[in-house]
Design a protein around this ligand. Sequence first.
Ligand code: NAI
Ligand code: 15L
Length: 271
Amino acid sequence: MTTNQKPFKRILLTGAAGGLGRILRERIKPWAEIVRLSDISDMGAAQAGEEVVQCDLADKAAVHALMKDVDVVLHFGGISTENNFEAIMRANIQGTYNIYEAVHQAGVKRVVFASSNHAVGFYKTTDYIDANSPRRPDGMYGISKCFGEDLSRYYYDRFGIETVCLRIGSSFPEPINKRMLVTYFSYDDLVEMLRCCLFTPRVGHTIAFGMSDNPASWWDNRYASHLGYQAKDSSTQFAHKFPDSGDYPEKDDITTIYQGGGFLLTGPQYI
Ligand code: NAI
Ligand code: 15L
């Protein structure tokens, strides 16, 4: 028996060519002997310990093939901002359905679904919500994340497939506006949260907010406390870049009145 055996044989990461996928590609390697990377876009050549499979999430047969011999799934693929319904439906709704049906057929036990704060983006920035607060999506993209959350709930209730729906705030190198001082989720904290999602013995169906330990928050993670996630980073170090210019939310500015920020300016009527 080898002494350096990794916890999982194979992790599937969808969305591997994306902003977060490229970070996770490097960071999740210690957790699995093989990381299977998938995206509709080019991901470059497979490195040691990797398999690269380029496919469209809307392609049912391809997604079922993708799931062979997979232990756990990090489902990060799909359209990640507001778009027209047809595009969202294909990548995020059909795509996430294909993932769960394939997970079920292949006997995969756990999924982390990259949900989004835009599932609740129509709450006000003066509201403080938790995972039991009714969802209030701020557009078609947010609606597709609500679908993924309900779909995963169904696959848990019906088949016992565990999912953590991670409502990611803003996971970028650093906040780029004042809103992101609240929603910031550092890459290190994202990786730590994923570690908790994968290694907590039982997660059932959990909805967690993905955020760092920021000085202000709109989200209470009490219903995800069993994950044991402790943020190490904070947006505080970036606060000087966005000096306090008076009222927040600003009167008549819907991007500061609602948690979804700039997404409130998008949606079907604007595309
Ligand atoms: P991204 O847009 O950089 O990456 C998404 C990837 O999915 C892309 O590489 C894209 O090619 C791929 N993709 C799109 N349609 C596809 C299809 N039909 N088939 C296969 N692959 C497809 O987005 P990012 O920032 O890396 O986000 C990753 C996930 O996390 C997304 O699901 C996003 O909704 C979610 N998320 C990210 C947040 C963030 O702050 N970065 C915040 C909230 C949610
Ligand atoms: C998201 O859901 C998007 O995927 C990401 O690009 C950011 O816009 C993020 O939310 C955010 O709200 O900052």
